[in-house]
Each structure stands twice: as structure tokens, then as C-alpha cells.
Design a protein around this ligand. Structure first.
Ligand code: FE2
Ligand code: FE2
Length: 289
């Protein structure tokens, strides 16, 4: 293994209760809050639908090995990680109310996602593989987090910016925890890489299905006349979102991050972005919780 920074150099992890008031927001997020683009809004809403149940899966996966973690610093990090993920799930679920207020029926999709991913697929894999999938997904969320914080999501509505940037910062803060637990209990390269493959296929599949379902419902509401008119400045803002996603290094960065994870000596701390997270949390006055 390549030298890994001491765990004690990392931020101590604490949950931050945010209580984002989506519905009561002074300017409620518009329907197409991601740059006025329907496609990008549905993609962002779609991944949002996956978060709470996904984060509870992360918690289950890591908690299963709690008794095997001997390093007290890592144990403390695991407790902080779980507390942060609980909070993420709660805050993202409060956003669900806004989607329902906009007319989306999200419960059938959530029930199906739960049944397929967590009732059917999850028990078919070993605890080590579930942990490996979690470590890989945490690598993805930390990468998403870095991309979000590096450009500040200027195309997102401010209420959603607050949610996503706070989540981004905490994902970076705890990016190494699941990985370190995996390395402590099952450091085999094959397990890590298989977990990454499963995580990638699972994430892309459910993300696609969630976004497609929201898009389908949006179309149905338009056809029924429940949504009238085009979103303001649709073309221009959709173009801006296109530029933001495709012409900036976001997707190229995702590919690089994927390849990076496959290096035998990979460790999340080799990519130092803790300061970026700290700077954002300090800016919103929540560095210390
Ligand atoms: Fe999270
Ligand atoms: Fe996370």
C-alpha cells in the first residue's frame, strides 16, 4: 500500500442538522430548478430519490463490521460517518415533499427501488461485498462533492445549492471511512474492484430508472395540461447546463476517478480536497457542527 495520511489528520466527523425549508423557502425552487433544464433537473431529482435509502444501506454495510474495527480513531470516524449519513437521508427526504407538491408520485418508485435493491439484491451479496460497494459509492459521492464545490453549482436554485453543497462537503469529510473499514476487514483487490463494478452498474441503472420515471410523469402532467408553458428561458438555460456538465471536466473527472480507484495502491486521501470542504463549511458558519 502507498503511504496513507494518518487518520488523525482528517476532520473529526459530526452531523450537522440543517433543516432546509424547501417548501417554505422565500422563493420556492421552480419546477426545473437545475438551470431551467428539464433533463438535468430530472437527473438531479432522480439521484436525489436514491440517496436516503442508499445512505441507510451504507450505514448497514459499515455497521456490520463495527466489532471488528480495533483502531479507536477509525471507530470514532465510523460513528461520525453514520451520524452524517443519517442526517443526509433526513434532509434529502424533506426535499421529497417538494417533489410531491409539484405533482410527482414518487412512492411507487421508492417502493420498487427498495424491493429490488435492498430486499432482493442486497442479501445476495456477502457483508464484505456490500461494504466494498459502499466504499466505491462513497468514492463517487466524494467526486460528485468535489465537482459541486469546485464550481458552486451556479445553475441550481439557491435552496438546492444549499442542500447539495452541504452534502458535498460532508461527503468529502468522510470519504475515507468506508474504504478504511474495507481495508481493515478485507483488503483483497478483487473484492474492492468487484464492489466498484457492482456499484457503478447499480448506480447508473437506478439513476437512469429514477430520472426516466420523473421525466415520464412530467410529460404526463404536461399532456394533461397540469403544467402549462415552457420553463423560462429554457433554451438558453438548458444550453448553460449543457455547457456546465459536458464542457467542464465533470464527466471526464468521473472517468478519471473511476480509473483511479482501480489502481492497486489507491487510497481516497491521496486526493487532497479536505480543505475545499472545510472552506465551504466555514463560509456557511458550520465548520464546527
Ligand atoms: Fe451522504
Ligand atoms: Fe457518504
Amino acid at each position: 500500500m502507498t503511504a496513507t495520511p494518518q487518520i488523525t489528520e482528517r476532520p473529526s466527523l459530526r452531523p450537522r442538522k440543517m433543516d432546509f425549508p424547501f417548501i417554505e423557502h422565500d422563493t420556492p425552487p421552480e419546477r426545473y430548478w437545475m438551470g431551467g433544464s428539464r433533463l438535468f433537473t430530472h437527473m438531479a431529482n432522480g439521484i436525489n430519490l436514491l440517496f436516503p435509502k442508499g445512505e441507510r444501506f451504507f450505514i448497514r454495510s459499515v455497521r456490520a463490521f463495527m466489532d471488528e474495527i480495533e483502531d479507536p480513531t477509525l471507530r470514532a470516524q465510523v460513528r461520525g460517518f453514520m451520524a452524517q449519513e443519517v442526517r443526509h437521508g433526513i434532509e434529502h427526504e424533506s426535499f421529497f415533499e417538494l417533489l410531491e407538491a409539484q405533482g410527482y408520485e414518487i412512492q411507487p418508485f421508492l417502493a420498487l427501488y427498495d424491493r429490488v435493491a435492498y430486499t432482493w439484491i442486497e442479501p445476495r451479496f456477502s457483508p464484505q461485498m456490500r461494504l466494498s460497494v459502499t466504499a466505491a459509492l462513497e468514492h463517487y459521492t466524494a467526486m460528485f462533492g468535489e465537482f459541486a464545490l469546485s464550481d458552486g453549482l451556479p445553475f441550481a436554485h439557491s435552496a438546492l445549492q444549499d442542500l447539495l453543497l452541504w452534502h458535498a462537503a460532508e461527503e468529502i469529510e468522510h470519504k475515507s471511512v468506508a474504504f478504511d473499514v474495507l481495508m481493515a476487514v478485507d483488503p483483497r483487490y478483487g473484492v474492492r474492484v468487484s464492489g466498484m463494478m457492482l456499484a457503478t452498474v447499480g448506480l447508473l441503472t437506478f439513476w437512469f430508472l429514477a430520472s426516466r420515471e420523473l421525466m415520464r410523469q412530467d410529460e404526463a402532467m404536461r399532456d394533461a395540461g397540469a403544467i402549462t408553458g415552457e420553463p423560462p428561458q429554457l433554451r438558453q438555460r438548458a444550453h448553460e447546463a449543457y455547457v456546465a456538465f459536458w464542457e467542464r471536466p465533470t464527466f471526464r473527472g468521473m472517468a478519471t476517478g473511476f480509473v483511479d480507484y482501480l489502481r492497486p495502491d489507491f487510497h481516497p486521501d491521496q486526493h487532497d480536497n479536505y480543505e475545499m470542504a472545510r472552506a465551504y463549511l466555514a463560509r456557511i458558519g458550520r465548520l464546527d457542527g
